[in-house]
Design a protein around this ligand. Structure first.
Ligand SMILES: [Zn+2]
Length: 459
């Protein structure tokens, strides 16, 4: 048995052979911290987590880096709208992101790299590209990458630069654009008054003369600089959502490979979109959810995680409240079964373990693995101790948090509703407090208030 992963570079399944057996380098494009991520963003982080858990399960040692984009067009724009300085504004959303991934039982990266902590590396990378002739300076002092100088440009998103030539004669200052608009993109953006107090002065940072003037990095150069600094010029796996393929990852490859002359990443892996009620999420369609919105509606984040695993990461999946509530009920059954198995932990049943490996080896087949999990739960021929050991073994990969379950589990969503109710009681909003009590009751929990405390129990 051998692990095969789908590589976006070749558009096919490839045997996983790390560059260096002692440590697998894994880079995940992290959040741009200008608001709460939507649930589609979390699909990418849960996919990355499953990949990482499975590699660990298969005895690979992993070095996992995730970036935090704390300077770009959007963070600058929205911090100014909110009248906050960039650091305070982005730190707030960085913290809320960490809370969310904890509630989804995502294993922390070995390091979260903030873009603003790697400005020197970005400047040096832009300098190299300029010196090698892959970049040029415009009148305002910005520096652009010349896509016509890179004969491999388009190798990830699979288009030929010759097909683009008629469109590709201009320049783009914005970080995001689609393939039809492929043009030279900004590596370093000269300061303009719209940037306010957000700028860096390269000559001060390098303590010498340089071609870069006062300004800020483009989005794409950030990930090239951070990933290569932490994982080396060539590393194993880079993950993200399919929306990252172009332009972000295409540009990362161009910048990195033109600067170093070495292959940047061996395996690029991308998860598909999450649709909501059959459509792409958008605020105007009213189908835009953050993880916090789901929790307010009574969904346990682990139920959302569990629901996502019922689809393969490379298929589009359609979120509906009914589907995720169904997954939550199924998860409750798994938890109940697990808790009914007693305290003793026996031996992992090899027959089940082998099936898990067979399906996960096939490009992380989580839907099939869950089918095996149900078979295991229903199997009356194995002892409780062995069933418990095998469920715990499966959970190393699936991350449903079974090892953290206590006899009386109060799900996170219930705890949050109780906290919310306590808050409204402090404000003497009895009407709202009663409504929350009813909502909690409908989810199967009862609240008993006394003068000093509030007790929650299952009905
Ligand atoms: Zn990135």
């Amino acid at each position: 048995m051998a692990l095969e992963l789908f590589n976006t570079l070749s558009r096919q399944l490839e045997l996983f052979k790390p560059l260096n057996l002692s440590e697998v380098g894994l880079y995940t494009c992290g959040p741009t911290v200008y608001n709460y991520p939507h649930i589609g963003n979390y699909r990418a982080y849960i996919f990355g987590d499953i990949l990482k858990r499975y590699l660990i399960y298969r005895d690979y040692k992993i070095k996992h880096i995730m970036n935090i984009t704390d300077v770009d067009d959007k963070t600058i724009r929205d911090s100014q709208i909110k009248n906050k300085n960039l650091k305070d504004f982005t730190e707030f959303y960085t913290e809320s992101f960490f809370e969310d991934i904890k509630s989804l039982n995502i294993i922390s990266a070995d390091k979260y790299t903030k873009a603003t902590s790697y400005i020197k590396e970005m400047i040096e990378l832009v300098e190299i590209l300029f010196d090698k002739g892959f970049a040029y300076k415009t009148k305002d002092g910005s520096i652009y990458f010349n896509i016509h100088k890179d004969s491999n440009y388009g190798k990830l998103s699979h288009f030929k630069i010759s097909d683009l030539k008629k469109n590709a004669s201009g320049r783009l200052l914005d970080d995001e654009y689609d393939k039809e608009n492929a043009q030279d993109f900004a590596l370093w953006k000269a300061w303009s008054k719209n940037d306010g107090d957000v700028f860096w002065e390269p000559e001060r940072i390098l303590k010498r003369k340089t071609v870069l003037i006062k300004g800020r990095p483009g989005w794409h150069i950030e990930c090239s600089a951070m990933s290569m600094k932490e994982l080396g010029q060539s590393f194993d796996i880079h993950t993200g959502g399919v929306d990252n393929i172009f332009p972000h990852h295409e540009n990362e490859i161009a910048q990195s490979e033109c600067a170093t002359g070495k292959p940047f990443v061996k395996y690029f892996m991308h998860n598909e979109f999450l649709l909501v009620n059959g459509k792409k999420m958008s605020k105007s369609l009213g189908n835009f959810y953050t993880l916090r919105d789901l929790v307010k509606k009574g969904i346990d984040p682990i139920a959302f995680r569990f629901w996502l695993l019922t689809s393969h990461y490379r298929t589009k999946t359609n979120f509906t409240m009914e589907a995720v509530i169904g997954a939550q009920n199924a998860l409750i059954r798994i938890r109940k079964t697990f808790l009914s198995l007693g305290d003793e932990i026996g031996k992992v049943e090899e027959k089940y373990k082998n099936q898990l490996i067979k399906y996960m080896d096939n490009d992380l087949g989580t839907p099939e693995t869950l089918t095996v999990l149900w078979k295991l739960i229903k199997d009356t021929n194995i002892s409780n101790q062995n069933k418990k050991a095998t469920l715990l073994d499966f959970d190393k990969v699936l991350g449903l948090g079974l090892n953290q379950l206590k006899k009386e589990i109060i799900p996170l969503n219930i705890k949050q509703l109780v906290e919310e109710r306590e808050e409204v009681r402090r404000n003497k909003d009895w009407n709202k407090s009663d409504k929350l009590r009813d909502q909690i009751k409908n989810l199967g929990y009862e609240i008993k208030d006394s003068s000093s405390s509030t007790k929650i129990s299952k009905i």
